[in-house]
Design a protein around this ligand. Structure first.
Ligand code: KG4
Ligand code: ZN
Length: 339
């Protein structure tokens, strides 16, 4: 493609409806409509998520185009998340993207949601310096926990991943047990900042190789807390910050054990984080320290690109478009899709 393309990107894999406009690797707009409807349930309700996407998608796309000051006729391609994610949610974005690509007679570019979280680092202005490969990316979100060896924008291999719950889920479920609102990750992060990370000890599940396991840690959290509350009914209220700091510390210990192992084994000098949990202040602090101790370059994503957003779909779509990876209009969403 000789011309720098204008790309409209759509993300609807979970509970955020998002649309962005990119000019090549430059983000012109990135609009996100988060769904409040799930707060009362302490987690995402798939059926409600797809209905909310259906209501949000047109206004969100409209806003993204207006902010970018781009007319639909100026677009060169439509990028969209075609998996993984919740089927009903994915279908809303996929159907919308297909209809618009058909109406405008422009290419349709499918994007893997987990590639996109990583490629958000390649958005122009995401970092003051150029990203160097190979790097290892720890992708941590509400649905995934992966250690990925990234050799280039189109060359990535999973080294390890969770065998059960994602680390974001481990944050959210603990928050629910503590009676904190959903999503619990940012709330635990904030409370943990003024807590003592050594106040309580929680079990750290360590499975083989570069894989992770978090479901046992959530159970250990519940049982440990129940025991303490039996001894003192006001235990949670009295020690909320310390409980959060100790649990977060246990989760981070597991993440760093595997990350450090992979960095050492592969002789990697560049490390990135991605996904919703990469906004965590404790994780960021610890990673910066690791960079100093082991002489590594650390890439922290700007906060607006950590949670689900369409700008990351746009940048991944841009690289797919350069590789001529477009899709026919018969393409469908895939809840589970090969990395
Ligand atoms: O990437 P994301 O927006 O959606 C998925 O693809 O899952 O990630 C959402 C997850 C939630 O579990 C949320 O609690 C967590 O990211 N999260 C955090 C923080 N901000 C968001 N977890 C820990 N600390 C944070 N500051
Ligand atoms: Zn995500």
């Amino acid at each position: 493609m000789e011309q720098i393309p204008y790309i409209l990107a759509i993300e609807s894999s979970c509970d955020d409806t998002s649309a962005a406009v990119l000019y090549g690797n430059k983000v012109l707009s990135n609009e996100v409509a988060s769904q409040e409807v799930h707060t009362a349930y302490g987690g995402v309700v798939p059926e409600l998520a797809s209905r909310a996407h259906q209501q949000n998608i047109v206004p969100v796309v409209d806003r993204a185009l207006k902010i970018a000051n781009i007319k639909p006729s100026q677009l060169h391609a439509i990028a969209f998340t075609n998996g993984p994610g919740l089927m009903g949610s994915l279908l809303v974005g996929t159907s919308f993207a297909k209809s618009l690509a058909l109406a405008l007679d422009i290419p349709l570019v499918p994007v893997h949601h987990m590639h996109a979280h990583i490629l958000a680092h390649l958005i122009e202005d995401a970092h003051p310096k150029q990203i160097l490969f190979p790097l290892i990316c720890l992708t941590v979100s509400g649905g995934h926990t992966q250690l990925v060896l990234v050799k280039g924008p189109k060359s990535m291999d999973i080294l390890g991943e969770t065998i059960d719950d994602a680390v974001g889920e481990a944050f959210d479920k603990a928050a629910k047990i503590l009676g904190l609102p959903y999503p619990g990750g940012p709330v635990i992060d904030k409370l943990a900042q003024t807590g003592n990370p050594d106040f309580m000890t929680f079990g750290r599940s360590l499975v083989d190789g570069y894989n992770f396991s978090f479901s046992g840690m959530k159970t250990s959290f519940l049982y440990n807390l129940q025991k303490k509350v039996k001894e003192d009914p006001d235990f949670v209220a009295k020690h909320l910050n310390d409980i959060c700091a100790s649990y977060q510390n246990a989760l981070l210990d597991v993440l760093f054990k595997k990350l450090e192992l992979a960095v050492k084994d592969y002789g990697i000098k560049h490390v990135a984080i991605a996904g919703g949990v990469s906004a965590n202040s404790g994780l960021r602090k610890r990673l910066i320290q690791l960079g100093t101790d082991k002489n590594l370059t650390i890439y922290l994503p700007p906060f607006e690109y950590t949670m689900d957003n369409a700008a990351m779909i746009g940048i991944a779509g841009y690289y797919n478009l350069l590789a001529e990876e477009t899709a026919p209009l018969s393409i469908s969403a895939s809840a589970k899709i090969k990395f």
